[in-house]
Structure formats: C-alpha cells, structure tokens
Design a protein around this ligand. Sequence first.
Ligand code: NAD
Length: 282
Amino acid sequence: TTAALSGAGLAREIRAGVTRTAAELTEAGTPPRLAVVVATDDESTAWYVRSIANAAARTGIRCDVVDLGAEATPERIRGELAELSADASVHGIMLQTPLPSGATVEDLAASIAPEKDVDGANPVSLGRLSAGLPAFVPATAAAVLELLDHHGIALSGRRAVVVGRSNVVGKPVAQLLLRRDATVTVCHRYTQDLAAHTHPADVLVVAVGRIGLIGAEHVGPGAVVIDVGTNPTADGGLVGDVDEIEVTGLAAGLTPVPGGVGPVTTALLLRHTVESAWRSSA
Ligand code: NAD
C-alpha cells in the first residue's frame, strides 16, 4: 500500500511554533512583518498570495501585499525591494512570480537584503546554500526536506532523483539532498528516457508543472514520491505532476496535491519571517 505523506499535520505544528514566537516578538516590541511584492494579474498567483496572507494573519504576522501591477518595470520592482530592504520594520520580503516580461527573479531578487530573503531567491542566498553556508533556503525546497524528515524517510547513502532544475525548487532541493548525503540525480526537459533515471530512485522529487508526467513506468517498488507540481484543473481544483492512480500500490509513499508540500511551504515562509525578526531584535 502507498502511504499518503500529508503535509497538513506538519504545517500545523510549524504554524503553532510560529504563533508562539510571533506573540513573544510582538510583546517585546518587534511585531514580525512580511512583505509580498506582486507584479502580475495571474489568478492562481492571487490565490497563493491570499493563502500566505491568511496564514500570516492566523499566526500573528503582519503581511503586506505590495501590488505593483502587471505593467511594473524592472526598475520599479527593484526600487520597491530596496525600499523594503531598508525598512527596519520589515523582516521578510518575497518577490512573487510570474513577473512582467523582461524581468527575472534572479536579477531582481538581488535587491532583497539577504537577511530578509525568506524565500531564498537572492543569488547570494542560493550561492551560500550551494557552499553549505547558513542562508534562507527557498521555502518550497525546504518544505520537501521537512516533509521527508517528518515522515521518517532516511536519506544518507540513498538514491534521490529530482525532476526539474529551477532555481526555486529543483536545484535547491538537489543541494539539500546532497547536504544530507543522498546520491543525487537531477533530470530536466532535455533528459532522455526519464523513466530509466527515475525508476531506480529511493526518493523521487518531482517539480515540473505537467499533469501526468510521472506514471507507473517511472516509479520503482517502494519508492517515496514527493509531488511538488501544482497544476490548475478546469473545475478550479489543483493536481500534481504524478499520476496518483498509476503510482498507488507501487510507491511506498506519495504526497497528496493539494495538502502535501504546499501548506508546509507557506508555514516555512512564516517561520523564516519570525527567525529574521528574532535576529533583528537580538
Ligand atoms: P519551472 O517551470 O521554473 O521549472 C520546470 C522544470 O521542469 C525545468 O527545470 C524543466 O527543465 C523541467 N521540465 C520541463 N518539462 C520536463 C519534462 N518533460 N521532463 C523532465 N523535466 C521537465 O517550474 P518551477 O517554478 O520549478 O515549479 C515546478 C512546479 O512546482 C510547478 O507546477 C509549480 O506550480 C510548482 N510549485 C509548487 C510549489 C508549492 O509550494 N507546492 C511552489 C513552487 C512551485
């Protein structure tokens, strides 16, 4: 049987810790504050940002959504990030994708102060992660590792395969798995015979954004599968990249979508924000 590796309980635990710390910080005169910069009219982005704002409100973190509009220029976005970086009352800054054409996260996130870079998007944060130095790790990548630990999945010496190599998910997940002594393979758009690479995996992490990419032929018996993909469906729902029906009975465990990586990601963004506030108050 395939265990559902839910993220709901873990997210609740993380939020409970954040709520306690946020209350202490507020009492001590440093109310934690997160700013989310948005420059798109994309509907699913708006939905995701609302879920962050709601979770922040429930844990006692002030969350400002700074909507610059889909026409914002890179200069305007950079200026906003620099201003928030200089504002001592702001502890966490996140730049939401997608961005207007011509703007890239890699370029703009360099304007987020590394100590407030709670989604690990600044190239300095990503470089420090690769070098094994302390830094904020992209929340989604951190969520994958937290979920594996929460469900007691061993990593040292095991075969881990990551599908997707973006700077927000695939690459940082690969770095974190390496840090935990897994033997890591990274697959991407140009990988030939994907199944030949993914089938031997003990731990398979999929972060692509394509419904049904991973089926029975991609998964070996007893594998643990973490589905990071979030694909909107016609009826307003959300599905992952893994074909749940094909993989059930084959994998030892599979994260549900929604309710797997997503809620843990949001909870970790909040945890990073109180960590930043804590350091700023020390
Ligand atoms: P991206 O588009 O930046 O990267 C996709 C990656 O998939 C690329 O590296 C590409 O090479 C690879 N790829 C594309 N087609 C492939 C194929 N046929 N075979 C193998 N690899 C292929 O996407 P992203 O930002 O990394 O996000 C990936 C998915 O994760 C999306 O569905 C996104 O919505 C989701 N996501 C979820 C969360 C969460 O908290 N749950 C957070 C971030 C992203």
